[in-house]
Design a protein around this ligand. Structure first.
Ligand code: AMP
Length: 175
């Protein structure tokens, strides 16, 4: 089974020129979903993880399944304004303007070892902000895991330049 074949590509969504890599077709495929979860944790090679952190929203689905598989807790990294308790936030650049991601102040303890998960890395802006947030809380990012990498946009290299281990299952050319 080729995982790339269960990812659907929607051209010109959400705007002209973008090839949207839709992982919902991977999630509805039982073998594809299981295989993605298994392969995303492989680089850990048994290394100890305290929590999985997933980025809203598709990172919640993959990250929740991975946390269950590893028998560890899950931390949702949410878009600004969604979390009810006291939060810490990090902003990141969008093409036009800025956005923010947040976690609860007590979601992560100092010294915890975290696996960061999202469906896709493009420019690395979102994942970079998530890493800064978790590190401000005193955590160590052991691995950043993505189903899809868009290497032409340089995000994975940016995270590697920050000293992070990055894994992805499929790379697509272009945006
Ligand atoms: P970035 O911050 O540029 O690395 O963008 C990554 C985030 O935007 C992820 O949460 C993705 O779900 C989403 N994203 C960016 N580009 C795409 C794309 N071509 N297809 C699907 N999702 C994308």
């Amino acid at each position: 089974m080729n995982l790339a074949e269960v990812i659907r590509t929607i051209p010109d969504y959400p705007k002209p020129g973008i090839m949207f890599r839709d992982i919902t077709t991977l999630l509805t495929d039982a073998r594809g979903f299981r295989r993605a979860v298994d392969e995303l944790v492989q680089p850990l090679a048994g290394a100890k993880i305290d929590k999985v952190a997933g980025i809203e929203a598709r990172g919640f689905i993959l990250g929740g399944a991975i946390a269950h598989q590893l028998s560890v807790g899950f931390v949702p990294i949410r878009k600004k304004g969604k979390l009810p308790h006291e939060t810490i936030a990090e902003s990141y650049e969008l093409e036009y303007g800025v956005d923010e991601v947040e976690i609860h102040v007590d979601a992560v303890n100092a010294g915890e070892r975290i696996l960061l998960v999202d469906d896709l890395i493009a420019t690395g802006g979102t994942a970079g902000a998530a890493i800064r947030l978790l590190e401000r809380a005193g955590a160590t990012i052991v691995l950043c895991a993505f189903v899809v990498d868009l290497p032409d946009l340089g995000g994975a290299d940016k995270l590697r330049a920050m000293g992070k281990q990055v894994t992805s299952l499929i790379a697509f050319d272009g945006e």
